[in-house]
Design a protein around this ligand. Structure first.
Ligand code: UD1
Length: 349
């Protein structure tokens, strides 16, 4: 059988780049479209180094119909699409909502149209546990009711899922939405990982940059939450585990198994508080992390963790990495890219 080709949008981003590596390991051919808006060309070389394989790359935007037409024409054997290309900063989405709707919604619709024109039968959509808000009951299963979105970013994930559902109803293709909990870590080989441009908004990159001396001190947002140690709880998931679930979910679609649309939670099923994350970091790095308590961050929920049984049963996928692995690999990557991070931060200021 000839190799199947997967188109990955946003394939140079954090989750995208790790997924490309796992697709290559699983012997797919990979075509990446990434407009480099929040990613960098060097990642292409890092993917090559980590996987030992080549990919086809186009610096295009999925909203550019002509450009996307060219990609599909050049690769008539594309069997499935994994759509990562989107903005993801909650605060920025509140300040610039139309930028988010334009990229995340219009970008999705334009891609779906191209898929339909080109007869592509399978698509994975990157969604987020943000669609659940703070649920009444934990753990969060796929049956947990969705809450109104707290931000334009969250709304693009909720609306994106709805658009994908409606599009599958025509029978043109099958799709799966993967609702990620908190993706963290880096590839264990240390070449690819999360590279936030400017001051990191998320916990783990802030922790590793603080330990590396790029930030003075971590602010722990809130220590008066109704949790055992007072800090908020999240279900952190190693990005390589996350990459694997994409390979499994894509295989399910390409084998024509399951309904025309489905959704899976992607987490470990175990929550960790911010203080537990700090403790784990100190354990794996052997160094103390400077931090102080600060007020709660607006829009944060108290605690979320996944019921990930559906993915285990139907996709035969289960998270393999624990919190120590996540922090070890994130730290290892941070140490490798220290000089580069300095340059990025200089650019920002
Ligand atoms: C955030 C987004 C979520 C998005 C995800 C993508 C919000 C409200 N949610 O999740 O929609 O899908 O990123 O990566 O922004 N923390 C600190 N100090 C820091 C940074 C974070 O204490 O400097 C705490 C937060 O308050 C939170 C936990 O660490 O309790 C995790 O925060 P973060 O990594 O930003 O992820 P989420 O907010 O869960």
């Amino acid at each position: 059988m000839s190799k199947q080709t997967i188109l990955v949008t946003g394939g140079l981003g954090f989750i995208g780049s790790h997924t490309v590596v796992e697709l290559l390991h699983a012997s797919y051919d990979v075509v990446v479209v990434d407009n480099l808006n929040n990613s960098r060309m060097q990642v292409l070389e890092s993917i090559r180094r980590t996987s030992g394989k080549e990919i086809d790359f186009y610096p295009y935007d999925t909203r550019d119909e002509k450009a996307m037409k060219e990609v599909f024409e050049k690769h008539p054997n594309i069997a499935g699409v994994i759509h990562f290309a989107a903005y993801k900063a909650v605060g920025e989405s509140v300040a610039e909502p139309l930028k988010y709707y334009d990229n995340n919604i219009y970008g999705l619709v334009a891609l779906l149209k191209q898929m339909q024109i080109n007869g592509i039968k399978a698509m994975l959509f990157s969604s987020s546990c943000t669609v659940y808000g703070q649920p009444e009951k934990l753990p969060i299963s796929e049956q947990t009711p969705l809450k109104p979105a707290e931000s334009p970013y969250g709304n693009t994930k909720k609306m994106g899922e709805e658009i994908v559902v409606d599009a599958t109803k025509t029978g043109a293709f099958k799709a799966i939405s993967l609702r990620y909990f908190n993706p963290v870590g880096a590839h264990p080989d240390g070449f690819i990982g999360e590279l936030p441009i400017g001051v990191p908004q998320n916990l783990i990159p802030f922790v590793t940059q603080t330990a590396a001396g790029l930030r003075k001190e971590l602010s722990v947002f809130g220590n008066d939450y109704p949790t055992p140690d007072g800090t908020a709880i999240r279900d952190y998931i190693h990005v390589v585990d996350l990459a694997h679930v994409h390979v499994k979910a894509m295989a399910r679609l390409l084998n024509n198994e399951g309904p025309s649309y489905d959704v899976y939670n992607v987490g470990t099923g175990r929550g960790y508080s911010v203080l537990e994350v700090i403790e784990a970091f100190e354990r794996v790095s052997g160094q103390a992390l400077p931090y102080h308590f600060a007020p709660r961050r607006a829009g944060d929920v108290v605690q979320v963790y996944a019921d990930a049984n559906k993915a285990e049963q139907e996709l035969q996928w289960k998270a393999q990495y624990g919190i120590d692995d996540m922090l070890r690999d994130a730290w290892n990557f941070q140490k490798n890219i220290l000089d580069e991070t300095h340059i990025l931060n200089e650019k920002e200021s």
